[in-house]
Each structure stands twice: as structure tokens, then as C-alpha cells.
Design a protein around this ligand. Structure first.
Ligand SMILES: [Zn+2]
Length: 472
């Protein structure tokens, strides 16, 4: 899951009280569907899908639900890579009236590990307590998986026929440390199964609350690209009692000092410009003027520098690179022959690896420091927050929560969107769950989702799947 960014900015940094958006009780699904979704959430949470266990059992459970609900076996496909049989994915195609490109929904099945001794409740048992469902995956993202599969079954029962095919892929290995990412595997070996005009990923976006009241609803349209470099210096070495001027560790340290001073140029995207523009309306204070000024074209650089004092705003305004690991030398009493540092970069959508590399080389200004890229990046271009897509999702959000501001956002982390965006499928993060801006327990202890928030998200997901199945 991509941590929700903007709400904590607004709520935490600007000290906002929340917007005065009061909701009548938002709609929830019919009682039988509500119960079915809760039962599915329970089953999925209680199937351990951490890396050690894999996602195959959860994929088979979903496959079975779909077949029982009447989906044709030829439209429900279980697939695991041959060399990773526990990293199963299940893909269902809900057939539409017209041929042509489908809409793809994504939900990952894997969860981050959780140790029972760290938790108040068993992480792999769904526990209802004081209006909350506790359990690993309740917010990231078995809630979304349950909402998706229940919505498909409800639509099928209602004999809904979409204009275009709706594909839902429940996939393996999104979380860090995975070796068999589902969307990457499917795009590479089974593209026809998930090829689509656009993708909706329930792993990000969604509503942000402040003290239980709604702030705004995020639509994730972009994320930064992950890039890692190694810096390396060498020197002749020798006896520790005979130091000379050529020392790999000092040489590397000098380079790192220059990198510490490096600031990449301010760069706005359609998304971040819209984010700042909207936040400026939400915040009536001094930062509001800076946000409005930075959203101008060209951006006001003095305003950008003031905003950049905050690390989160800084990350939204430019590519960043930072030293994260260092090593050097081989013995306490020997001169070093080698020193290395790892530089972790997060590149803005639209920036390029070649540009990041040449900026780093320019700052290092030293041919004696070798710079290598650790792995080819999965470039994640922005999916534009176009008026049609923002209007469509906005109208859906307002059908549930009238008047809530709907804001496009860029994540500083990454999700499976990078796979689909890199493959040329515009991808948007849309989730119907509201969570408190000050509380994000995804990946952490006592992960939970509000029971009412879950029920509302199931209804929202049903409306979302239905609406996205229409081409207008
Ligand atoms: Zn997630």
C-alpha cells in the first residue's frame, strides 16, 4: 500500500481543523451483500499470505467463490509462475457488451508479516472489537480484495452487463521482498489476460479523516520511480602505520559531502500542480499562498524553497537522492583499498535515469568516483488526472459522501501501478475506505479498518466497478 500522503500533510503540518463536510449516513450494501463481504474479509484475513506462505490458497478461495457464483470456468484463470507455485494469481473476466479494451481492477493478495506476540489480537484471526475489524490485511488490502470479489458476485446476481469487459486480477507479491510480482508476471507472460485501456488499483487513494471527520478523497495518479546507485572509490591500500593522501574512504566521504548539498531542480507535474492548487484552497494560512504560487506555471521558486523545508513537500517537489548504506576498508590496521556507498533516488514522473545520473556525476565532479546503477528502474509515468476520469471518480465519491473534495495525488513510494503504467496502461488508485490521517497501521501492529468504513467501501466498490464498466 502507498501511504496516504496529503492528509497527513494538511492535518499534521498545517494544523488544520478539518473541512466542514458533514455526511448523512452514507449508503451501505444490502444486508446479505454486507454479510457476504464481511465473511470474505474474514476468510481472506485468516489465510496467511505473507511471503513465506504465498498467495495461492487465497487465490483458490476467490476462484471458488467466483465459480460458485456462476462465472464461467473459462473466464476465471488461476496462474502461478512455474518456479513459484505458491505465488498464485487469479484473474476473472466479467464479459461486456462490446469488444474492445477492458478496464482492469487490481488487488494484491499478499500481506506483510505479523508476529502474534507484537499484536493485541491474533493477526491472522479477524477480530471485531469496538467498531473495528482487526487483523493483518484489514486495510492493506484484503478489505479491497473482499470488496472487489463481493461486488462482482452482486453484479452477476443482478444480471448487470457492462459496456466493456471488466477484468479483476488478484495478484501475488506486491509487498517489499517479493520475488514473484503478480502483475509483472502476468504482463510478461499472459498480457492478453489483463490487457486494458486503464487500470484501477484499490491499493491506494481513498478518504482521509481528521478526528473522525472527512478531509478529502484522494485519487492516486502517479508515483515516484525507485532508483538505486552504488558509488565506489579505490586506493592502493597498505599498512595502517603509513597513511598517505590517497584514501578510498576520505575520497568517498568528500563525494558524499557534495551530494549532500545537491538539490534537484523543482519539478511540477499535472498531478502535483493540482494537489498544491487544491490544498491551497483547503488551507487558508501562509503556506496556502506558497502552494498557489508553486502551482503556477512556471512555479514560484522562492515559494518552492519555503515549502521544501518540510521533507514531505520537498519529496513532492523534486527528484531526491540520499545516501542509505556505506562500507569500506577490510581491516582495522590496514589502509582501505575500497569504499562504497548506496545512493537511493526517487525520481519524479517525467524525469529520466540519464538525467539523474548526469546530475549526480555533475555534483560529484570527480572521475575517481565510480557510479553504477544497481538495477534497471521500472519507470512509472504519470497517469494524467484528466477531467473525464476525475469527474467520473468524483461523481462516484459524491454519490456516497456528498461535497467531499476529490484531489489527485502523487505517492512518494511505489505500488503495482508502476508495472501497469510502465506497460502503457494508465492506472489510478481509488479506494472507498476512509482512514484517519493520523493513523495508518498498514504494515504495522494492530492493523484495523472501521467496520462501517469497510461496509461503505464495499458499496463504493460496487458502484465503482459498475461505473467503470461503462465507457461513458
Ligand atoms: Zn498494499
Amino acid at each position: 500500500m502507498i501511504p496516504r500522503s496529503l492528509a497527513s500533510l494538511v492535518a499534521g503540518i498545517l494544523g488544520l481543523t478539518c473541512l466542514e463536510v458533514a455526511f448523512a449516513a452514507p449508503p451501505v450494501p444490502p444486508a446479505a451483500d454486507q454479510q457476504l463481504a464481511r465473511d470474505m474479509l474474514k476468510t481472506l484475513v485468516e489465510i496467511n499470505t505473507t511471503h513465506a506462505h504465498g498467495s495461492t490458497a487465497a487465490a483458490h478461495a476467490i476462484e471458488q467463490w467466483l465459480l460458485t457464483a456462476g462465472f464461467a470456468p473459462s473466464d476465471v484463470t488461476f496462474l502461478a509462475p512455474q518456479d513459484h507455485p505458491t505465488k498464485g494469481n487469479v484473474i476473472v473476466r466479467y464479459r461486456g457488451k462490446h469488444p474492445g479494451k477492458a478496464v482492469l481492477f487490481l488487488g494484491h493478495l499478499d500481506v506483510v508479516d505479523a508476529r502474534a506476540e507484537d499484536w493485541t489480537f491474533d493477526p491472522f484471526t479477524l477480530t471485531a472489537r469496538d467498531g473495528w475489524f482487526y487483523g493483518r490485511g484489514t486495510i492493506d488490502m484484503k478489505d479491497g480484495d473482499a470488496a472487489l470479489v463481493e461486488s462482482l458476485i452482486r453484479l452477476k446476481r443482478e444480471h448487470f452487463v457492462p459496456d466493456r469487459d471488466i477484468i479483476v486480477a488478484f495478484t501475488a507479491d506486491e509487498e517489499a521482498g517479493g520475488d514473484s510480482n503478480g502483475p509483472a508476471f502476468l504482463l510478461k507472460d499472459h498480457r492478453e489476460l489483463i490487457d486494458a485501456a486503464l487500470a484501477i488499483n484499490l491499493d491506494g487513494g481513498g478518504g482521509d479523516l481528521k478526528n473522525g471527520a472527512p478531509l478529502y478523497f484522494e485519487v492516486g495518479t502517479s508515483e515516484k520511480t525507485y532508483l538505486t546507485y552504488t558509488l565506489e572509490t579505490t586506493s592502493p591500500g597498505g599498512h595502517g602505520s603509513l597513511p598517505g593522501p590517497d584514501n578510498a574512504i576520505y575520497h568517498l566521504a568528500d563525494g558524499l559531502e557534495r551530494l549532500q548539498a545537491l538539490k534537484f531542480p523543482v519539478m511540477l507535474t499535472a498531478t502535483t500542480r493540482a494537489s498544491f492548487d487544491e490544498l491551497a484552497v483547503v488551507d487558508p494560512g501562509e503556506s496556502s499562498a506558497d502552494m498557489r504560487a508553486v502551482a503556477q506555471s512556471p512555479p514560484d521558486l522562492a515559494a518552492a524553497e519555503r515549502l521544501s523545508r518540510n521533507v514531505k513537500f520537498n519529496a513532492l517537489l523534486r527528484t531526491t537522492c540520499v545516501a542509505t548504506l556505506i562500507s569500506g576498508g577490510h581491516a582495522e590496521n590496514a589502509l582501505p583499498q575500497r569504499a562504497k556507498a548506496t545512493i537511493q533516488c526517487r525520481m519524479m514522473p517525467g524525469d529520466t535515469e540519464a538525467n539523474v545520473r548526469s546530475t549526480l556525476m555533475g555534483a560529484l565532479d570527480d572521475p575517481g568516483i565510480k557510479l553504477t546503477l544497481d538495477a534497471p528502474p521500472i519507470v512509472s509515468p504519470e497517469s494524467l488526472p484528466t477531467p473525464p476520469i476525475m469527474r467520473k471518480i468524483g461523481a462516484l465519491a459524491h454519490s456516497m459522501w456528498p461535497g467531499v473534495p476529490v484531489i489527485p495525488t502523487m505517492a512518494t513510494g511505489f505500488s503495482d501501478d508502476r508495472q501497469t503504467r510502465n506497460a502503457g496502461i494508465p492506472s489510478y488508485d481509488v479506494s472507498g475506505v476512509w482512514i484517519d490521517a493520523d493513523e495508518n497501521r498498514a504494515h504495522g501492529r494492530d492493523e484495523r479498518v472501521g467496520i462501517e468504513a469497510f461496509d461503505e467501501s464495499v458499496e463504493f466498490t460496487y458502484r465503482l466497478v459498475k461505473a467503470m464498466g461503462k465507457t461513458q
